[in-house]
Design a protein around this ligand. Structure first.
Ligand SMILES: [Zn+2]
Length: 471
């Protein structure tokens, strides 16, 4: 059976490969057609759901057999893998959060009891920031990594990137997953890679400039750092468009799907703007935008449902929301076996169209309007939900303001901190603050105090920027 699915790395390699072969995947190391990387992208929603159920049944049995953490948890809730006859039955299983894994690793250091395989079977080790004293360790087996490469290849190909292109990685290569997997996929697809690493931003831009225009190119970055690179290019006396990026692949924060941010980056870089989204615990990418969606406002993202079951829950009750309603995400990762994520609470806020009619031809459902926010970031102001991305839209649409912002939370009060553009005299700051306050009120139905500071007052980060800060 495996003769019909060709793997990239694990064919004949040391280490085990488990789980069902999905025949439509065909040769995973090269494109299926000029439109799709994987044959699975061409199948119907019904077939995608069959694949989900097939993989889910295997994952649950395998995990129950090998992972003490899950076995004890499921036994305590009196559920077992054989209870799953349809996709709906997954909801009988308990939700897990990062705190559960933190507790497990604290009690049984260093790896806890969740892994299904001994350390020798793992290929990559990550450290994610813990909310308690100790950071968490997270691992991928060789097979998990290969599945991630497949999904990234599919997503980058969906953006319009082709073998022979050049990927610029504005990424410091820290010990969390970040763009590591995207980097590996870029190499595996037959593209070139240019890593930034610890190079200062000005030197990085110079490197990009030195080789600009010698291959079709894409930039991998967080949206915030993509904006920072634009500013730094202008400070160095040239236009970011001179760097000749065709595509920006943005991750870690909502980017392409926030219209004002998208507009800013599209115009500044003269490039197509795309989003990609995953999480260390589930691997990724779970979502990606296609070439057709990149033309829309707002951009929506396809969901790789053959590898992820994304449930939408009411953030307060953690019960499923009615079909078509938005909810917070709980993800089961169907191609990650070393350290499984079964009903892992990711906490992105999404609305899903299961049967979109996307011009690209994929039947993969769409997260409509992309990711509005991480549920963790949602603020409650006078009983009203406030998403940072909504404030972002106002900040980045208003002339005279810079693009950076923070929401400073102190007691029950939230203050919006922003910067004026260079050249705006300080006497105009109060008027700018008032305009922004009115615009936020119009969009979010809440009146927030606004403080305008001079340019470059707020810190710029290469990694995900926390928008909500304690005052
Ligand atoms: Zn599409």
């Amino acid at each position: 059976m495996s003769a019909q699915v060709k793997y990239l790395w694990t064919e004949g390699a040391v280490g085990e490969r488990v789980g069902p072969d999905i025949l439509e995947e065909g040769d995973r190391s090269r494109p299926f057609s000029d439109k799709f990387w994987s044959g699975v992208e061409a199948v119907s929603l019904e077939r995608l759901k069959e694949i989900q159920l097939h993989r889910l049944k295997f994952l649950l049995s395998f995990t129950y057999e090998r992972s003490q953490f899950y076995r004890e948890l499921w036994d305590s809730k009196k559920v077992k893998p054989s209870d799953v006859k349809s996709l709906k039955d997954l909801a009988k299983f308990p939700i897990v959060t990062k705190y559960d894994f933190e507790k497990d690793q604290a009690a049984r250091p260093p790896f806890g009891t969740a892994p299904t395989s001994p350390p020798s079977q793992h290929l990559k080790y990550w450290q994610t920031s813990g909310t308690t004293a100790k950071p968490r360790i997270w691992m991928d087996t060789r097979q998990d990594w290969e599945n991630g490469i497949l999904l990234y290849s599919r997503s980058l190909y969906g953006h319009g990137i082709r073998p022979g292109w050049r990927g610029f990685f504005a990424f410091g290569f820290p010990p969390f997953i970040g763009f590591w997997l995207c980097f590996a996929a870029t190499e595996a697809m037959g593209c070139q890679v240019v890593p930034k690493g610890t190079l200062p931003t000005a030197a990085w831009l110079q490197l990009m400039r030195n080789i600009a225009g010698t291959a079709p190119s894409f930039l991998c970055s967080t949206p915030t750092f993509a904006i920072r690179q634009m500013e730094a290019a202008k400070e160095a006396g040239f236009s970011p468009a001179d760097l000749r990026m065709d595509i920006l692949t943005l991750a870690a924060e909502p980017g392409a799907c926030v219209p004002a941010t998208n507009r800013l980056l599209t115009q500044g870089w003269n490039a197509k703007i795309h989003d990609i989204l995953g999480a260390t615990e589930t691997s990724g990418p779970i979502l990606f935008s296609c070439e057709k969606q990149a033309e829309m406002t707002p951009v929506s993202d396809h969901i790789n449902i053959d590898y992820f079951i994304v449930e939408l829950l009411n953030p307060d009750t953690l019960e499923p929301v009615p079909e078509g309603s938005p909810g917070t995400t709980c993800v089961t990762s169907l191609g990650r076996y070393g350290m499984p994520a079964v009903r892992f609470l990711v906490g992105d806020y999404l609305r899903v169209d299961e049967r979109p009619n996307c011009g690209c031809g994929r039947k993969l459902p769409l997260a409509v309007g992309g990711v509005a926010a991480r549920t963790d970031d949602v603020l409650f102001v006078k009983g009203i939900k406030l998403y940072p991305s909504l404030v972002e839209t106002s900040v980045r649409s208003l002339a005279g303001l810079g693009v950076e912002y923070r929401l400073q939370k102190k007691d029950n009060q939230v203050t919006v901190l922003v910067e004026a553009d260079p050249g705006v005299p300080e006497k105009e700051y109060p008027e700018l603050a008032q305009k922004l306050q009115q615009d936020i009120k119009l969009k979010a139905h809440v009146t927030l105090p606004v403080e305008v500071s001079p340019p470059a007052t707020l810190p710029r980060l290469e990694t995900k920027t926390p928008r909500v800060v304690k005052g």
